[in-house]
Design a protein around this ligand. Structure first.
Ligand SMILES: [Zn+2]
Length: 210
């Protein structure tokens, strides 16, 4: 009898404490999931007025090819040496990635047919707020910006190169809303490049002007 009383009480106290802890832990998990859902599922903001990622007044070939990836666009300059031409931020924002995607390979101005790398090579990703992002791939050298840095529209973030999986010096460019790639817009107008079923190119003049 005494044995039952002295051991029974502490045990039931422990059980009650465990139950309270379990409820509290469950509540914390539910709140954390709710906060995560709000962050992930919050509706995107309005599309920023993106500009072409190249110099004001310059005309570039903008296009895609079969197997490229839907919505992906490549920029090739129509004048001058493509190597090293400035790559500009399409819109103001915060740099979230500035580094190497995949591997660099060995294609340089002195050795344009050097070994191909993998992925995007030197690249930059900018968060423009409202869940909108832009990405800039195959840069010649380490980006001119760092992760965490604020940039303004038109600020130079790198130079045209051919690092990563790239055949010739050009800029691979994407606009993203949330998790998904979307059709690129420049100066408020859709580019018309929505899939990679066929080769498609157009000439566009940049209005990425101060
Ligand atoms: Zn590309």
């Amino acid at each position: 009898m005494l044995w039952a009383v002295t051991t029974g009480h502490p045990r039931s106290h422990r059980r009650a404490r465990r139950t309270r802890f379990g409820l509290l832990f469950g509540l914390v998990v539910v709140i954390a999931l709710a906060v995560a859902a709000v962050i992930v599922l919050r509706p995107p903001g309005p599309r920023p007025l993106f500009q072409m990622p190249v110099g004001c007044g310059e005309t570039w070939q903008v296009g895609t090819y079969p197997g490229h990836g839907d919505y992906d666009v490549d920029f090739f300059p129509l004048s001058g040496d493509p190597w090293g031409q400035p790559v500009l931020a399409s819109y103001e924002g915060t740099v979230t990635v500035a580094g190497i995607n995949g591997s660099l390979g060995g294609r340089t101005p002195d050795n344009p047919d050097g070994p191909r790398g993998r992925g995007g090579g030197y690249w930059v990703k900018i968060d423009h707020g409202g869940r909108w992002e832009t990405q800039y791939l195959h840069l010649l050298e380490p980006p001119l910006v760092q992760a965490g840095q604020r940039v303004v529209q038109g600020q130079q973030i790198g130079r045209i190169g051919s690092t990563g999986n790239s055949g010739a010096p050009h800029l691979h460019y994407e606009q993203r809303r949330g998790w998904e790639k979307v059709e690129t817009y420049f100066d408020g107008a859709p580019s018309g490049i929505t899939n990679d079923d066929a080769e498609y190119t157009l000439r566009l003049t940049s209005n990425n002007c101060p």
